[in-house]
Design a protein around this ligand. Structure first.
Ligand SMILES: [Zn+2]
Length: 168
């Protein structure tokens, strides 16, 4: 049982690159947290021209005592690794686009990149290969613009995931 749980965690913690299909796992959290996080992956992927196969959020039990929400987004990647950096960061960046009452807001760029206390899912960790030669700051700016320029879509994907737990 323990071995199974470990293997499961391992699979979920990594970006599984299966030919061109990429799977992102969200860090643990509330339903709204998981929903806005996955919505961020969806919106940034669309903004760089990747095909989003779908996203979902789901309740995961933590040993019978408590449970938490996780999520995943599956997409078809195109050739550019720089775009992958944007899509990876899109989940975490999107978390700043709702307030405590789940109302959409547009945060400042600095309030996002200046925040260091959030735990990033392993599958969202940006590697040098993901950046494809551009600077991290450059990729951060592109991620921010992809979200702040598509707030209507971000909001509708967020609400779809929040209400029905699947997108589309
Ligand atoms: Zn993520």
């Amino acid at each position: 049982m323990e071995g199974f749980a470990k293997a499961n965690l391992f699979m979920e913690g990594r970006a599984k690159v299966d030919s061109v299909v990429v799977f992102f796992a969200a860090p643990i959290g509330s339903l709204s947290f998981a929903s806005i996080h996955e919505a961020g992956h969806v919106v940034t992927a669309k903004s760089v021209g990747m095909q989003v196969m779908g996203a979902r959020v789901f309740l995961q039990s933590r040993g019978g005592f408590s449970s938490y929400w996780k999520g995943s987004t599956t997409l078809r990647a195109n050739g550019s690794s720089r775009d992958m950096a944007v899509v990876k960061m899109g989940g975490h960046f999107a978390e700043f686009f709702i307030d405590d009452s789940n109302v959409l807001r547009v945060p400042s760029f600095l309030s996002i990149v200046g925040n260091r206390k959030t735990i990033i899912s392993q599958s969202d960790v940006v590697t040098a290969a993901d950046l494809g030669g551009v600077s991290l700051l450059d990729a951060q700016h592109r991620t921010y613009r992809a979200l702040s320029g598509n707030t209507r879509l971000l909001h509708s994907v967020f609400h779809k995931l929040w209400r029905s737990h699947v997108y589309p």
